[in-house]
Design a protein around this ligand. Structure first.
Ligand code: RBF
Length: 343
């Protein structure tokens, strides 16, 4: 049987199971929420923030309303080929009023699942799908995030190497290639570096997964040997290897999604964050109160309070020179007031 036929059979079995076991009946009273983690929660801040934001919302809602909310956090694991079947199974169970997830690849998967289970509601972060009445999405302005990361990477590189150094290279290690990476984050990272000095290029390496810290350490080593002095790490659990190597070799790291300064003090020189915990909490509360605008796709960045660069951390103040911090602060201020230079 080919993969398509297998999928059809699986979907039919799941629907039958849902009917036989009487799923579809909601629990007495409160809402039921599933959080689907497309990967593993530990080591990937973007997913940990998703789960903790929903957990906070549920705790707050229960305390305020006195009604239980059932919350189930499910890890989909690193095999991306299994995600659609896993999300299909959650929808088929009929057990959840809403399934909440976060990943640029989820909208396409959910669009397929909705062909079989059109009434299942989804809240998706870090991705975009508009016009489906069962789906609400919130995508972040990763041009701003990538630009701020590239800007600090180049500023710190200039200072480490001296402005007349021939090595105008900043590094980026990504877990895999995907449209948001290739079309948004990577170009914006380069743009931000070029704003410091147009001679900059990006040494872009792809790991092929989101967990292999040893391979990430080897890639970082290779980049440092090639002249990159600052590396942006976007490889989930594998980022640990980048930190390790940079620490040993006197290179620096720019962190993504959460404040990373304390993860390796003196090594992390920038944190271009996404407030996904805040987004998950807020949108879950909107869902619970019946006000989430399903069918809409929102897009939010620095001005809306969902993307930022952390500049008030005492470790940042200690690690990065005042001259560099002032130049970075001027850029961040410019973006806060809505003026990221056009590409
Ligand atoms: N980011 C992570 O931190 N951990 C992951 O396991 C992870 N898996 C991903 C899988 C796919 C298929 C795609 C498209 C992206 C993944 N990302 C992951 C990247 C994430 O969506 C986001 O771009 C980065 O966290 C930067 O904000």
């Amino acid at each position: 049987m080919n993969r398509r036929a297998m999928k059809k059979v699986l979907a039919a079995v799941l629907v039958l199971a849902a009917l036989l076991f009487g799923a579809g009946k909601k629990s007495e009273g409160g809402a039921r929420i599933a959080v689907f983690i497309p990967g593993v929660r530990a080591g990937s801040a973007i997913y940990d923030m998703l789960a903790s934001g929903v957990e906070e919302a549920v705790a707050e809602w229960q305390a305020a309303q006195g009604k239980p909310v059932a919350l189930n956090v499910i890890e989909g694991g690193y095999n991306q080929a299994e995600w659609e079947d896993k999300v299909t199974a959650l929808a088929a169970s009929g057990q959840y009023d809403v399934i909440i997830s976060s990943n640029p690849s989820l909208p396409a998967i959910v669009a397929d699942v909705l062909e079989k289970f059109p009434a299942q509601k989804f809240i998706l972060f870090d991705g975009e799908l508009s016009g489906n009445p069962s789906v609400y999405t919130l995508r972040y302005n990763q041009r701003e995030q990538g630009y701020m990361a590239g800007h600090i990477a180049a500023l710190v590189s200039e200072e480490l190497a001296g402005p007349s150094s021939g090595h105008k290279k900043v590094g980026l290690i990504a877990g895999q290639e995907y449209p948001a990476m290739n079309n948004v984050i990577l170009p914006a990272y380069l743009e931000g570096a070029k704003a410091v000095n147009p001679a900059y290029s990006v040494d872009f390496r792809v790991l092929g997964n989101w967990f292999d810290a040893q391979k990430a350490a080897d890639l970082a080593q290779d980049m440092i040997n090639g002249g990159a002095r600052v590396i942006l790490a976007i490889a989930g659990g594998a980022n640990e290897g980048v930190l390790q190597t940079a620490g040993e070799k006197g290179a620096k790291v720019v962190w993504c999604d959460i404040n990373g300064y304390a993860l390796k003090e003196g090594v992390v020189v920038g944190s271009a964050v996404i407030h996904q915990d805040k987004a998950a909490r807020k949108k879950t509360l909107s869902f619970l109160s019946g006000t989430l605008p399903f069918g809409q796709a929102e897009y939010a960045g620095v001005r809306e309070g969902y993307v930022d660069f952390v500049e008030d951390d005492p470790i940042y103040l200690k690690t990065v020179s005042e001259a560099v911090r002032q130049k970075q602060a001027a850029l961040v201020e410019q973006i806060r007031s809505g003026h990221l230079p056009a590409p």
